[in-house]
Design a protein around this ligand. Structure first.
Ligand code: 5GP
Length: 255
């Protein structure tokens, strides 16, 4: 394949110009970072698994009517996506107290929340993605009230749907991060759609039976068996056949 022009390199992905106007190619790396780049490492096979897991979940969300940037998976590490103008806001949904919220509010990790809580952070590596209020989003023009209504409606539906998908495979969706972007549709209207990836890199998944962490916290907190946890999530979703490891999907012919 001809070398593509790189548009952007993030912590876990590289974005290239796509083959058609209005598209990008997202390349999923094995690089892992945490605490805003202060901890770095590699999780072997992570890119392959996250590409697959994101494909699987984006397609399920498409099936229930959530518009996403995902077009199709190209090969083991790449997927074709729509170009969007990223809204610089991370939308975080929490069903159980964990991570930064547990720390910030002094709530023991694992405390179930009486209702799902949605938080916003400003996407800025230099500022460590600070927590913000809706007022900041509108005051600084990062999104308008209609955009916020649109992505909040999608967020709550995504939480209900994904919580169900994961309960069915014995995993609790503790929390996750979403990003949204704007596109101009065929009628010239601006629409907000789901962007970024959906993988154990940006969600917490706990085994319902054992409480074991099956996500990037294994890397962040040096719990070991990081690759195995990502593989197990993929296996339970039916992406990685029983008994297979990541090498087997890596060696699969690609289109
Ligand atoms: P926390 O705020 O507790 O660190 O994270 C809450 C949830 O959002 C976790 O599932 C975490 O993986 C995800 N999350 C928050 N910020 C980021 C981020 O900058 N990058 C990624 N990949 N995930 C994030």
């Amino acid at each position: 394949m001809a070398r593509r022009r790189q548009v952007y390199e993030g912590k876990a992905k590289v974005i290239f110009e796509g083959p058609e106007p209005g598209t990008y190619v997202a390349y999923f790396k094995d690089d892992a970072t945490a605490f805003n780049n202060k901890k770095r490492g590699t999780i072997t096979g992570k890119g392959v698994l996250n590409n697959r897991i994101t494909e699987f979940l984006m397609l399920r969300l498409h099936d229930i009517g959530i518009p996403t940037h995902f077009i199709r998976r190209l090969n083991m590490r790449e997927q074709l996506i729509r170009q969007v103008e990223i809204i610089p806001v991370e939308v975080i949904v929490r069903n159980v107290a964990a991570g930064s919220m547990a720390k910030r509010l002094g709530i023991p990790e694992g405390t179930p929340l009486p209702r799902s809580i949605v938080e916003y952070c400003y996407k800025s590596d230099e500022l460590d993605d600070p927590l913000i209020a809706e007022e900041h989003i509108t005051a600084f023009g990062w999104a308008n009230p209609q955009d916020i209504d649109d992505f909040m409606a999608m967020t709550l539906r995504i939480n209900d749907f994904l919580s169900g998908v994961f309960v069915a495979i014995g995993l609790k969706l503790v929390d996750f991060k979403l990003e949204f972007g704007r596109i101009v549709d065929e009628n010239g209207d601006v629409r907000v759609i789901l962007a970024d990836e959906l993988s154990p890199d940006n969600m917490r998944l706990w085994d319902i039976q054992t409480g074991e962490k099956m996500d990037k916290d294994r890397f962040r907190r040096d719990l070991g068996n990081v690759e195995e946890a990502y593989q197990e999530v993929a296996r339970r979703l039916g992406i990685l056949p029983e008994g297979a490891d990541v090498q087997s999907i890596r060696d699969e012919p690609t289109d």
